[in-house]
Structure formats: C-alpha cells, structure tokens
Ligand binder design. Sequence first.
Ligand code: ARG
Length: 593
Amino acid sequence: MQKILDLISEEMKKAFEAAGYEGELGRVTLSNRPDLCEYQCNGAMAGAKKYHKAPLVIAQDVAGQLGESEVFSEVTAVAPGFLNLKVKEAFVRNYLRRMQESEKFGMEMPDKAKKIIIDYGGPNVAKPLHVGHLRSGIIGESIKRICRYAGHEVIGDIHLGDWGLQMGLIITELQKRMPKLVYFDDAYTGEYPKEAPFTISELEEIYPTASAKSKEDEAYKAAAMEATYKLQNGVRGYRALWQHIINVSVADLKRNYENLQVEFDLWKGESDVHDIIPGMVEEMKKGGYAYESDGALVVDVKEETDTKEVPPCMILKSDGASLYNTTDLATIMDRMANYHPDKLIYLTDKRQELYFEQVFRCARKTKLVNEDTELVHIGFGTMNGKDGKPFKTREGGVMRLENLIREINEEMIRKIQDNAKTKGYEVDAEQAEETAKIVGLAAIKYGDLSNQASKDYIFDMDRFTSFEGDTGPYILYTIVRIKSILSKYVEQGGKLTDIVIEDATSVSEKDMMLELAKFNAMMETAYEEIAPHRICAYIYDLANAFNRFYHETKILTEEDNRRKAGWIALLKLTKDVLEVCIDLLGFSAPDRM
Ligand code: ARG
C-alpha cells in the first residue's frame, strides 16, 4: 500500500503539471505549522527562478487546479508562495479502511527477502548477566523483530562467550578446591558423571574469585592460561568439565532471557568455530593476506583514506593461541557457509566500534564474505545512573540484571497500587505482581529503546515507571484504556467485526487518523535506519493523539450508532497498531493495570 504522503504528493504533482509546471515541484511534506494546515508544499518557491514568476503566482495557478480534488479539502496559496493543505475526511477514512483490511496494515514487502543474521546478547558463560548485557539483548531483539516484520528472513544468534580465559579460570579454581575430581585425573578413561559438580550459584561465585586471584597471583594466572590451552586442545577431562559449565550456565541464561522476552534462534558460541580456525588461518596465509609480525600472525586492514589509525587485525598470538577476532572471523566464515546471509548485524557496546571495523575489513579483504554481503555494527551507548556515570548498585557494585528487574518490579507494584487507590478500586497482591512484571518489562525496554541506540542514557527508575509522559507504562496504559472501551462496547451488545471507520467529526479525531496513517512510512524508516526509537516516537505521538480524542469524546454514550461504530473501528485499529508496535519493541500489554 502506498504511503499516504506519496499519494498526496502525486495529487499535487498532477496539479503542477496541469498548471504547466514541472511535476517534481509538487512534493508535499508534513506541515511546519500544524495550527494552519496539515500538509504543505513549497514547490512554487523552488520553481520561481526556473519559470521567472513570483512564487505566489505559481502557487495560485496550482491551487486553481485543485478545486475538484478528491484528496484536498483546502488548498491555500499564501505569501510568499507556500501551499497550505488540508486533506478530505473521506480520503483519510478510505486510507485507514484499506489499512484495516491489509496485511501488516499495508506495509509493502520487499521483492526479494534478505537473509539477515543478527548477533546480539553475547553473554559470557559462567559470568552473571549484568546491565551491560541488557542493551544488546533489548535492542537486538527489537531489531530482529523489525527486520522480520519488514519481510526478511532473520536468524538471531546469541554468540556465547564460551571459549576464553574465563573458562580456564573456572577450571583452575575448581581444581584448587576439588583436586580429587575425576576430571583432573589424566589416567582416567571411563565415562564422566552426568551431574555437574557445582551449581549455578557456586559457579557465579567461582568466576569472580578466580578472576580476582589471577590479577594478584602470576602463577595462578599462568595456571589458568594453561588450563585454557588444555581445554582448547581437547584434553578430555577439561572438555567434560567445560560442558558442565556450559550446561549449568546456559540453563540459567535461558531463564533470564525468557524473562526478558528475548528469544534466540541459535545458541551458538565462540567454541563452535574452534575446529575451523586452522583451515581459515591456512587460507589467509595462502592468499597472501596474513603475515608474521613479531611472532604473531596479522592481516593489515588500514586504508589510504583512514583519518584514524586502524591497527592490523591479529589472527594468532605469538604462542599460537586464537583471539576474540579469530573466533569472530571464523564465525563469519561458518555463517556464510551454512546460512548464506545477505547481511550480518552485530550489537555491542560502541567501544567495540574500531574492533568491528578491523574484523569487517579483514573479512572483506580475505574474501570470507561476498562483495555484496552487508556487514553492520551497531554500537550502543552506556546506560548511566542519575549521576551520569555507568549504572551501579547503591553500594557501587555492578548491578546484576536480576536485581535490576526486581527493583523495577517492586516500584511497578507500588505504582499500580497507588493508581488503583486514586481510581478507587482494589487490586489483589497476586494480580498486581503479575501486572507489574509485564509493565516493568515495558518500562525497562521502552526506557532503553526510545533513545537513539548510539547515545548514552540515564536509567531513571522514577521516570521510566511513570504512567505519564514518554514511557512504556504510558503506552500500555493507553492500550489498556482502549481495550476496556472495546470490551464495554461488546458488553453493550456491539460487535467488533463488520465495523468500518467513518469520516472524522472533530479535529482531534482527524489528527489521530492522520497519525495512524503514518504507520507504513514510519516502519520503512525504522527498518532502513535499523532504528527502534522511530517506533517509540510514533507510538508516543499516536497515544497522545488518542488520549486527546478520548478526553473530548463521549464514545460509549453516543446515540448515533453508525458514528459510534466508526469510532470503535478507529479505536480497534489504533489498538492493533499499538500492539504490533510494542511487540516489535519486545514487550506486550496486560489486560488491566
Ligand atoms: N561476549 C562479548 C562480550 O561480552 C560480546 C560478543 C559480541 N559479539 C561478537 N560477535 N563479538 O563483550
């Protein structure tokens, strides 16, 4: 379905042509002066020079052609030569009726779907999830859903950090504590136990302990590196222990991500490409790309046009060990071979920007990807506390994700109960808790996604959980309000099917309709810019437009049944659009709140 602005522009272009001017001048934009008009066209100003005419004369000529227009109800040429425009109620109504009937509200699908892999989340096994992982999960999930909605084939991969030094550290600490474990017995050839010799809480304590020790104790660190080496080179007992660490940790991660409504299609990790690294390295050497420098193997990736220094991409360390970029490059190779993606999107903290620049250049240079494979890194900013510094607990430690969510939920319960009190009804504790979970998630996600991803933002518990303003709970509150009107309409005996949107009868109603009509244009932008914040801005405007209409319209007591049904149809479309949008942001609405 064509975008409403394009339809309007087409009508205007025809008028320019009919008046003897170039049609291209007829491009219409949203009004800069919503108090005066809904849309405007500045083409007469642009045409003045070419046609040696006063812009106002051109504007008047064009306006003269639009007396019978099916699109415009008002076309006013104003000095020095603007065309101020209002569209016909019937035109907007018809547009929304078509939206209502169309799949995805008329959003146009690509001729050929792209295959896109999104690499997000990226937690490290055996390390507790903290708020740093929150953004990658939240933004990545939304981007995944947006790309899918836009008609593409999308695979989300968590890309676990499951192969690095942290594994060696844990194994070393386990060996110190339980040297008798069969995993450390080189002579053992039997099967290893099915049960892990530790729990997730033990694991979460072991890692930081080991990490701290390695920073103070050189010998301990050397032992951890040795253990990492043994693990990576396939020592049986170490592999078995590692598998336990993965299993225990992944079970915990799955629970956490499920709570966040973040769903991965693939749970692959750095370790999955271990075996293909030697082959890749060989190819890079054979191709003449990789060479030795101070014992290490590197690929140059600097380019003449660089304004900053881009260091070579290191493929192997001097001791032959692989690095973070080695696994990333091998993962690209693996993804190309097994999934043939057209595009790879990575989500990490923006401090990894230069890193991905190196990796992408190296992948292109060494021909791991096709010439037209798109490689995109989205670097996001930091989530800060109210003091403007990276978010911490009240005690100054790293905030664990679970605790953050708990704090939000507690605050949400308080707000839900306060709200009920002011409205004069009761909510039972259990229901408040259920609702708080849903609304709390919206508060966190919307608070994050409403900012442009690359920007830092301040995590403000009070603001994020507020039922008013540009917040998740406000959007949900609006949806719940609409749901309640719709169900009352049904209780009155009304039907939600076979009802159609009618002409607007007030300014607020028309404004709301015009807001709704922007959906497909907004979605196209959100997809092209890979920008969930576009959706947030749109639903905030739409929710505001609805609430203005709602406050000045007595919907359920309206006596004209046709008009009432028209409003209900409009509300239903608004709710459907809002619900699709929040789903694309990765949260949902409760039935009541
Ligand atoms: N595990 C990494 C970290 O915690 C993030 C992984 C990002 N993805 C990637 N393909 N490098 O920093």
